[in-house]
Design a protein around this ligand. Structure first.
Ligand SMILES: Nc1ncnc2c1ncn2[C@@H]1O[C@H](COP(=O)(O)OP(=O)(O)OP(=O)(O)O)[C@@H](O)[C@H]1O
Ligand SMILES: [Mg+2]
Length: 655
């Protein structure tokens, strides 16, 4: 066989068109074809040459086998006449259109049953065949854009498959993830107005996208009472992630069931529970109401019974931490309520839109919350969604969409918050069975917990240049057509490749334009425009920025660091007193600035920002509390002085 023979212009078939090549090898779901030199330079003939990602077809007796071009090469290139070269296309056999009784290709099916034979001619798919393969239209699908191969064909997503088996929208910053997510969710909710979506929005960018469809819950309105938290979550909030916290954790494990029993007994008009046996029915994890004031009372009662300086230490630390956290404005959504009421059903109803009341999506705006608070909020919401689905028998399918997911489900096991990862991983692994699904949006797939990402079946992958991110996406794709990922660095804005069960076949597509009025608030800053205008028309501009900043707390404050200060200042242990410089707290925070009894994490309080009121106060108890606090302050001050002195002598030594 001469090379010239391959380049002979093939004969056009009346129904299939001009062949573009011939099968020369078939292995499993892959094949190799010799490509004909169809181009004579005209635009029409150029369109006949297959490109990467083009969908081709091979005719078999029972079906038309559909194949995607995954690689093109000229193994022995010549300098003179390209007509002399062998051109090779590697193709993936991805699906079939089964022929009906009249022999016309009709029903599409993924995978292949009939394999092409050696020598079979391959053709480009016709418009009708592409439509049958990509563009299914029924009540379970939505249209989101156009496919790359034929701009007149809609890109269609199968909603049940996309949501049921979780989805991810991945791509570098500014490639259109938020716009695409808004478009996807809008399309889904337009068609399914009784939906239940919770969107975690760390940059407050989505409110505009959904107009009246959204129930927006801002930081100020968010209500997640502390007693919703599991033991692990409340420990993260009240004790933090510090070394040597085991005693405080132990104390909390004892006191929380007691406080729950006190609340329940109080409600029933019974006597206050103190014995462990009374608390046997109140597990630390059950979402049963209790009062922080009861925890404080119990701490005081226990401290009253202890007299050794060392054993009282953890109680004092815990008391100071509780005081700090409960008066921190950024935690007011947990501790801010004046009364403790069992409003669990109402909170679940608002959060998960039951009933929907015309707003099928809840947007949780979280700008201004420190990452540890975001972690806890996401953990609680994800856990509640799963438990709700479990206890409601999966009657109300819920989708949780996590924007900037790498922030709270990081791959690094030392980062993030374990319960958040666990709650989301549980949805990713078991949610399908109960109707809870997950949407993961991220610009750094390599930084997301791989267990969770690998469970996302439908992937919308936008432009991505980073090699590591591409490798991670590749490993998350089980599809035979993963070679399409080669396109990732060259995709345009709003363009993506979709893999998984949400699409009939892996497809390169472009999202429709989202109407300007629905664009997320994330649009890229117009530097040149802004830098040509003066900002002095608003005299109070800076003042207002500072006011808002203060009212929201100090997002960059490191609560763990603050906690360490409190710890160093309050720690009565001999070790710390002997050589406070040996304690990491003293090293990290050489000059404690705040008084221990002043809430260490509280943001600077502006006149607009009132400190949250705790549970109804009991004045007699308050008096003994005051004594206790006074004692703590005095010992804290002494301790602080000792640390300062030690630091001074150490700095003199280094001079
Ligand atoms: N489908 C679309 N319709 C209209 N505009 C779009 C679309 N996709 C992208 N854009 C434009 O691209 C800009 C960036 O998009 P977007 O904010 O969605 O990117 P992103 O990937 O979410 O970025 P980041 O990772 O920083 O959050 C938008 O402000 C918008 O102007
Ligand atoms: Mg975005």
């Amino acid at each position: 066989m001469t090379q010239k023979a391959h380049s002979t212009t093939p004969v056009e078939d009346a129904t299939k068109g001009v062949p573009v090549g011939r099968i020369v090898s078939v292995t499993g779901s892959q094949a190799i074809a010799l490509v004909f030199h169809n181009s004579n330079g005209s635009e029409e003939s150029k369109a006949l040459q297959p490109e990467m990602g083009t969908l081709l077809k091979v005719d078999t007796p029972i079906s038309v086998v559909l194949c995607l071009v995954s690689a093109l090469s000229a193994p022995a290139p010549t300098e003179v006449d390209s007509e002399q070269e062998l051109w090779i296309a590697e193709i993936e056999l991805v699906g079939e259109l089964f022929k009906n009784e009249q022999g016309v290709p009709d029903k599409f099916r993924r995978g292949v049953m009939a394999y092409p034979a050696l020598g079979d001619l391959i053709y480009k798919c016709s418009h009708e065949e592409l439509k049958k393969a990509y563009s299914w239209d029924n009540e379970e699908t939505i249209r989101i854009g156009k496919i790359h191969q034929d701009q007149s064909i809609d890109a269609v997503i199968r909603v049940n498959e996309m949501l049921g088996k979780h989805f991810a929208v991945l791509g570098s910053t500014g490639t259109g993830k938020s716009c695409s997510t808004a478009l996807l969710l809008r399309q889904i909710l337009d068609k399914n107005p009784e939906g239940h979506v919770v969107l975690i929005d760390p940059h407050n960018e989505y409110t505009k996208c959904f107009g009246n469809m959204a129930e927006v819950i801002s930081v100020n309105e968010l209500q997640l009472p502390f007693w919703f938290l599991t033991f692990e979550e409340i420990v993260e909030v009240l004790v933090g992630d510090r070394k040597g916290r085991s005693k405080e954790v132990e104390i909390l494990a004892d006191l929380i069931p007691m406080a729950k029993a006190r609340y329940a007994n109080g409600k029933r008009g019974g006597r206050l529970a103190m014995r462990t046996s009374d608390n046997a029915n109140f597990s630390v994890d059950a979402p049963l109401p209790y009062r922080i004031s009861d925890i404080n009372d119990l701490l005081n009662e226990h401290m009253g019974r202890l007299d050794m300086k060392n054993s009282i230490g953890p109680y004092k630390v815990l008391k100071a931490r509780i005081e700090a956290v409960t008066s921190d404005v950024r935690y007011s959504f947990m501790f801010g309520s004046t009364t403790v009421q069992d409003q669990m059903a109402a909170i679940l109803g608002r959060l998960f839109r039951i009933p929907v009341n015309g707003r099928p999506i809840t947007i949780i705006e979280m700008t201004g919350l420190p990452s540890e608070v975001i972690n806890v909020v996401v953990s609680v919401i994800a856990r509640m969604a799963f438990d709700f689905a479990l206890w409601s028998g999966g009657k109300v399918p819920i989708t949780i969409v996590c924007e900037e997911a790498h922030r709270y489900i990081p791959a690094d096991s030392k980062m993030g918050f374990e319960p958040t990862k666990r709650s989301l991983a549980k949805i990713a692994k078991e949610g399908r069975k109960y109707g809870v699904s997950l949407g993961v949006i991220s610009q750094r797939p390599s930084e997301i917990d791989s267990t969770i990402l690998s469970q996302c079946n439908t992937l919308f992958v936008m432009r991505m240049a980073n090699d590591l991110d591409q490798t991670i996406v590749l490993s998350a794709i089980s599809d035979a057509a993963s070679s399409l990922l080669e396109f990732l660095p060259s995709l345009g804005m709003g363009e993506c490749i979709v893999f998984g069960d949400g699409v009939t076949l892996p497809v390169r597509m472009r999202f429709d334009r989202l109407d300007d009025k629905y664009l997320p608030r994330s649009s890229t800053a117009k530097f040149t425009e802004s830098w040509r205008e003066t900002i002095d028309d608003d005299e109070d501009f800076l003042e207002n920025v500072v006011k808002r900043w203060r009212a929201a707390g100090t997002p960059t404050a490191n609560t763990t660091g603050d906690a360490k200060i409190a710890e160093a200042v309050l720690m009565p242990s001999d070790a710390a007193a002997k050589d406070p410089l040996m304690s990491p707290a003293a090293q990290d925070n050489p000059a404690p600035q705040k008084h221990a009894s002043i809430p260490t994490m509280a943001a600077p309080q502006s006149s607009e920002t009132e400190a949250p009121v705790l549970d109804a106060p009991d004045f007699e108890e308050e008096a003994s509390d005051a004594e206790m606090i006074k004692g703590s302050i005095e010992s804290a001050m002494e301790e602080k002085e000792r640390i300062r002195e030690a630091l001074r002598s150490k700095s003199r030594f280094f001079k």
